[in-house]
Design a binder for this molecule. Sequence first.
Ligand code: BDP
Length: 682
Amino acid sequence: MPGASSDECWLRYDRLPDAILRQYRQQCHHIYVAERSPQHGAVREELRRGLGGLFGEPPHFWQHPPRSVDRFVAIGHPDHMEVVADCVDRVDITRLDDDGYHLTTATWQGAEVLVVTAPTDRGLIYGTFRLLELLQTRQSLDSIQIIDEPRVEDRLINQWDEPFRGSVERGYGGESIFRWDELPNLRERYTDYARLLASVGINGIVLNDVNTTRPGRPGDLDHICAIEGAHLIADAQIPKVAALASVFSRYGIRPYLSINFAAPMLVGDLETADPCDPDVEAWWEERFDSVVEQIPAFGGVLVKADSEGEPGPFDYDRSHAEGANMLARALAPHDGTVFWRAFVYHDHADRAVQAGETFEPLDGRFADNVTLQIKNGPIDFQPREPVSSLFSLMTDTTLACELQVTQEYTGQSTHICYHGPMWEEVFAFDTYADGPTSPLSGRLAGMDGGGIVGVSNIGEDRSWFGNYLAGANLYAFGRMAWNPEADPSAIAQRWARRTFPNARPDGISSIVDILMASWPAVVDYETGGLGLLHLMYNGSARLENHYDPAPEEWPEYHGVTSEGIGVDRTAYANQYPEPIAARYRDPQCCPEEFLLFFHHRPYDATLADGETVRERLDENCQRGLERVQWMRHEWEDLAGEMDEHRYRHTADRLAEQVTQANRWRDTLRSYWGEFADGSSVD
Ligand code: BDP
């Protein structure tokens, strides 16, 4: 069991009330699970922990069919377990997606059996977590029939871990949990993290930050460990990565590394990293051979190239397809994937336009094992952005959608901001990539190798996230990567029931209501709700603040002038296929929430209901504040529904969120107010 210093999040296995315990114990005390692989070990361990906690006594494990009992649980593949083969139709199981699973009840030689089966060991892990969820949420196990399979193939967490300083870029849940200086020695917390990820269906983790060298910008702390991310592929460091990787692999989570495109020079001693130079390709081949020899489950690499100072193919006048494909060839013999990020800076002043200009001409030219990893919006994880045009433009390329689970621009670990509803909006967006009705969810699901990727929000903090309610974001990320059409409110409900098992149904409903109100609230008070961006403070420190209101810092992003507000992004709107382009191009039909993203409008321009732009912005800021006040008030009534520590911690966060929402409202209103009233000049 994790100690008091580590919260159990939704894997909380508090003892169940006696009234329901008897039957559960009869059904699940005897467990028959083979010991065939490390994943089977993980299954047994989770059941020992889970059932041990829920029942107050550990289950009894069998290595062979328990013929002397009249009820048991059997977990395994039909090919490996006669009981399972007798209870289910093997064809149904082989037809399941690799990561799918099946829970069913059956009778076997007079005994009642609850079967958890799957085509792969990973599926068995998912099925086991599902069984434990049924018990945690006190559902009947009589005559169950559950078949579940992921709709998206690659469901990855990107851990923006910075080995050289023991921290996580944009991580607000405390210091890094990875102790690179102590590895290959392992910590219990690594296993707990793997359990949390596997329990929501994550099947891959990139272990280090996309920025792979130690930045020399002002404000940098002294390093506590000399390793830079770029060097994790060096022979000297692979054993550390291998140790960490072994923990995640045991839970069916494939390990990946972020690499530096110039590694042949930085880590090796070549004089170039030109992707068309055969020595460069040979260098990568040799590196990957070495990595895979020690990390057989190695999944591949993530690359941030030609962006924010990171090297890339442009340094050699090569295209991003040439860069990505060179790595893809070197990885192909190892069944590895190159996740190539589309977050690229180049000649164009507007980053939104840049991505389309860089990548559209390359559509269809990427190798099969390259996945283009695209942020959900064209700018940068703002509280709300239109969905990136690349999802419409790239019709012949494998794609992944990159989301931030961490709350870089949505209040970090202080504000409550449940991202589920934002992701729902993103996945529901009709890309028109294949004519009408091509929602992003369907595109990612229907694609061989399609992916959903999330930048993690965990750290060393006791809560993992710096804010207990932010656990809902990691939970929802996993669930929506599994099924991008899943309903974020239902997910919040499942999360809350598992996280606060002693809360009454009314209490759970309040928690869900708070979560569901939180993203619209943040959008309102941090942006005014009409599509403005980057109104937060940046600063010159290495980890820009991105938290406090400071609209004066980046006028080019939100376009506030004495004439009006917003940015004319017609060029970007034109990248979308029709009819999306027409909708965004015309201020009269542009959805209100993106009006000022696409257009510079006079303050007194009227909206559909006759109100002016300025009035609406002011009102929305006020509405956001009121929503947070309501959330705080609603939380006050939840005392008694959970332990004092989590209750108080969250109450303190909400009190601070109210203070901050007030600041945001006042700062934004007076900022554009001064321009609009003529007291501030451009
Ligand atoms: C921005 C972050 C920065 C990341 C960058 C990226 O502020 O820390 O390095 O995105 O995604 O949002 O590469």
